[in-house]
Design a protein around this ligand. Structure first.
Ligand code: GUN
Length: 280
C-alpha cells in the first residue's frame, strides 16, 4: 500500500485535548458550553451519529442534551421547540439532525435556528456568507475535510479538486470552501457524463454520494488525495464510497472508513459549539 492514510480518528483525538483545555478556560470565566441536538423520528443511522456527538461532547466537557421528537411532529411543533432553545441563554449551539421526516421542511427548520446558535452552518444566512466568500460558521464535514488536507500539507492552490456529490451538507459547501482556497473545483453528481474521465483529472478527489465503492482505482489519478465521505453498510460492515484497498495503491493520501472523515465531522461540531459559546 503506497498512500499515506489520513487518520481522522487521531486528528480528532488531538483536537479533543485542545478543546477540553478550552472548555476549562471558558468554565473559569463562568461559561459552560452547551449543545442541544434535535432529532425527529427514529432513523437508525441518525441515532448512531447523535450518540457519537453526545459522547464526544461528554469527553470534551461540553454539556449536551438530545431532544427526541416523534416521527409525526408537525412543522409548528418543531419550530416551537427550536424557539425555546433560541431563547435559552444556557444553550450555545443548536443542531437539527438531518434528514428530517419527509413531511417536514428542512430549510424552514434550519433557518428557524438563531443564526448565532447554528453550529452546522446550514442557516441560509450562514450559507450565504460562505457563498459570498466570507464564511462565518462552516459546515462540519467540509471544515473537517479541509482541516485534514491542510494538516497533511496537501497543496490546495491551483489544484484541481473534484467533488462527487452535490448535497447541501457536504458537496456544495465543500466546493465553495475549496474554491476559497484557490482550488479549481469541479462538482459532479448523478447526471455527470463519463464520471471517470472527470475524476481522473483530480488532484483532490472527494466522494460524498453514499454508494459503496463507487470510486475504483481506474478512476483515480496516481498521486491524488482521496477523501471518502461515504458511510455505507455492506453485509454488516462499514465501507465508504471508495474502493479503499485498490485506490490506496494509486493515491498519495487516502482517508479510511471508519476512522476518517466521520470523527472529524464530530470534532468540528465541538469546535463550532465552542466558538458559539465564546461569542455568547
Ligand atoms: N446528517 C448527516 N450529516 C449531518 C450533519 O453534518 N449535520 C446534521 N445536522 N445532520 C447530518
Amino acid at each position: 500500500m503506497s498512500a499515506v492514510i489520513l487518520s481522522g480518528k487521531d486528528m480528532a483525538a488531538e483536537l479533543l485535548e485542545q478543546q477540553s483545555a478550552r472548555v476549562d478556560t471558558l468554565r473559569l470565566n463562568g461559561i459552560h458550553p452547551a449543545l442541544a441536538v434535535i432529532m425527529v423520528g427514529e432513523d437508525p443511522a441518525s441515532a448512531i451519529y447523535v450518540r457519537n456527538k453526545e459522547r464526544a461532547c461528554a469527553k470534551a466537557g461540553i454539556a449536551s442534551q438530545v431532544i427526541r421528537l416523534p416521527e409525526h411532529t408537525t412543522q409548528e411543533e418543531l419550530h416551537a421547540r427550536i424557539e425555546e432553545l433560541n431563547e435559552d441563554p444556557l444553550v450555545h449551539g443548536i443542531l437539527i439532525q438531518l434528514p428530517l421526516p419527509k413531511h417536514l421542511n428542512e430549510t424552514a427548520a434550519l433557518t428557524w435556528v438563531r443564526a448565532s446558535k447554528d453550529v452546522d452552518g446550514f442557516h441560509v444566512i450562514n450559507a450565504g456568507h460562505l457563498l459570498q466568500g466570507h464564511p462565518t460558521v462552516l459546515p462540519c464535514t467540509p471544515q473537517g475535510i479541509l482541516y485534514m488536507l491542510k494538516k497533511a500539507h496537501v497543496p490546495l492552490e491551483g489544484a484541481h479538486a473534484v467533488v462527487v456529490g452535490r448535497s447541501n451538507i457536504v458537496g456544495k459547501p465543500l466546493a465553495l470552501l475549496l474554491l476559497g482556497e484557490n482550488c479549481t473545483v469541479t462538482l459532479c453528481h448523478s447526471r455527470t457524463r463519463d464520471l471517470a474521465s472527470v475524476t481522473r483529472q483530480a488532484d483532490i478527489l472527494v466522494a460524498a454520494v453514499g454508494r459503496p465503492r463507487l470510486i475504483t482505482a481506474d478512476m483515480v489519478k496516481p498521486g491524488a488525495a482521496v477523501i471518502d465521505v461515504g458511510i455505507n453498510r455492506v453485509d454488516g460492515k462499514l465501507c465508504g464510497d471508495v474502493d479503499f484497498d485498490a485506490v490506496a495503491e494509486r493515491a498519495a493520501y487516502i482517508t479510511p472508513v471508519p476512522g476518517g472523515v466521520g470523527p472529524m465531522t464530530v470534532a468540528m461540531l465541538l469546535e463550532n459549539t465552542l466558538e458559539a459559546a465564546c461569542r455568547a
